[in-house]
Write a protein that binds this ligand. Structure first.
Ligand SMILES: Cc1cc2nc3c(=O)[nH]c(=O)nc-3n(C[C@H](O)[C@H](O)[C@H](O)COP(=O)(O)OP(=O)(O)OC[C@H]3O[C@@H](n4cnc5c(N)ncnc54)[C@H](O)[C@@H]3O)c2cc1C
Length: 326
């Protein structure tokens, strides 16, 4: 089976989801035997980093020879992927269910006339008749739906952090790939990208410390930031916190914000309303810190601290710093 994996990059660095995408393709289909995974890079990256994708299962990596794709533009990237699908004669396209994947996959599904399984939670179960069984969370994480997917061409997007990438193979060859985009008219252009400096991107973070209205005001956010720094974590917040401009909207998680799936989510002074939980309840371990022992968050938390954030946070931060030093 020929598989094309689209691997995202930013500013010349592979995103974490790139490695996950290759691993996802390998872990999903290696049991079928005789698979060939070509990775199309979403722009130019360091040659060694590209070759290292071979360790996760890539048979070859195609690096665009031109710099045209370095900044994400959906029409250009969609056209490039279509060209690569034809040249590789791929039957399956795998990509992450990220901002880029969500905008590319539906377009490609129509253009390539393919079945689309979007935002799946884990590798598909491959049935003897050639169809796949895939699962995804639905209704704001309140249910899990199972779908059957079939057809000669299929696109699979997976939720980031769905599996641990496993390496073990060898680096692979990286080919400079000539993409012809002259006839593609991009309808939007990225003029500037201002990156939030020095922060771990929320969607890629393995640990997240999140604050709610219980923190009483933005002047107390150093307590969240100190704990985040001690744990190498990203910071997040509830909707009212960003609505009141205590924190910027790019930290707002939940039904109307970002959906995340970190290994550890610590919710501080957040009640646990369903709209908030919709974006965080798939976290692998949840810790809630709240003065109210009846706060809904405690119903979904793996660990809970009934206590005042202003007392608990400094002690927790100190204890973690001590532990990590020793
Ligand atoms: C359509 C819709 C979409 C929404 N989308 C989202 C969304 O995406 N994300 C989101 O977050 N919300 C969303 N909301 C809002 C949501 O319903 C809640 O109102 C919101 O999550 C509450 O935020 P909070 O927990 O920070 O504040 P509160 O509900 O005010 O809770 C504060 C918590 O802090 C605790 N507390 C107080 N003092 C302390 C202290 N000193 N130490 C420790 N704990 C303390 C309190 O006991 C309380 O549990 C949405 C609402 C609607 C209607």
């Amino acid at each position: 089976m020929k598989i094309l994996v689209y691997a995202e990059q930013q500013d010349g660095h592979l995103k974490k989801s790139a490695v996950e995408a290759v691993s996802f393709a390998k872990q999903s289909f290696e049991s079928l035997g005789n698979i060939n995974i070509t990775v199309l890079l979403g722009g130019q990256v360091n040659q060694q980093a590209a070759a290292d994708l071979g360790k996760y299962g890539a048979n070859s990596v195609w690096m665009p020879a031109q710099s045209t794709l370095n900044a994400f533009e959906v029409h250009l990237h969609s056209a490039a992927i279509q060209q690569a699908l034809v040249e590789t004669e791929a039957e399956v396209l795998v990509m992450a269910h990220t901002y880029c994947g969500k905008s590319l996959a539906p377009r490609l599904s129509v253009a390539w006339d393919a079945a689309l399984a979007a935002g799946v939670n884990g590798p598909p179960e491959c049935a003897a008749d050639g169809s796949w069984k895939v699962q995804r969370t639905v209704y704001s994480n309140k249910g899990i739906a199972t779908y059957s997917v079939w057809g000669a061409r299929r696109i699979l997007t997976f939720t980031p952090n769905a599996l641990k990438p496993s390496d073990g193979a060898s680096p692979c060859a990286v080919t400079a790939w000539n993409v012809s985009l002259d006839s593609v008219s991009a309808r939007t252009r990225n003029l500037e990208l201002q990156k939030v400096q020095g922060k771990i991107p929320l969607t890629e973070a393995e640990r997240v410390i999140s604050g709610g209205r219980g923190l009483k005001g933005p002047e107390h956010w150093h307590l969240i930031e100190d704990l985040a720094e001690a744990c190498d974590a990203a910071t997040a917040c509830s909707k009212p916190v960003s609505d009141m401009h205590w924190r910027s909207h790019d930290e707002h998680v939940g039904q109307t914000g970002i959906t995340i799936k970190p290994d550890l989510y610590i919710a501080v002074g957040i009640s646990g309303a369903i709209q908030h939980l919709a974006g965080v309840s798939s976290s692998k371990t949840i810790v809630a810190i709240n003065t109210d022992q009846d706060a809904p968050f405690f119903k979904v938390a793996d660990y809970g601290v009934v206590g005042d954030a202003f007392e608990v946070l400094p002690q927790l931060t100190q204890a973690i710093r001590r532990l990590r030093k020793g």
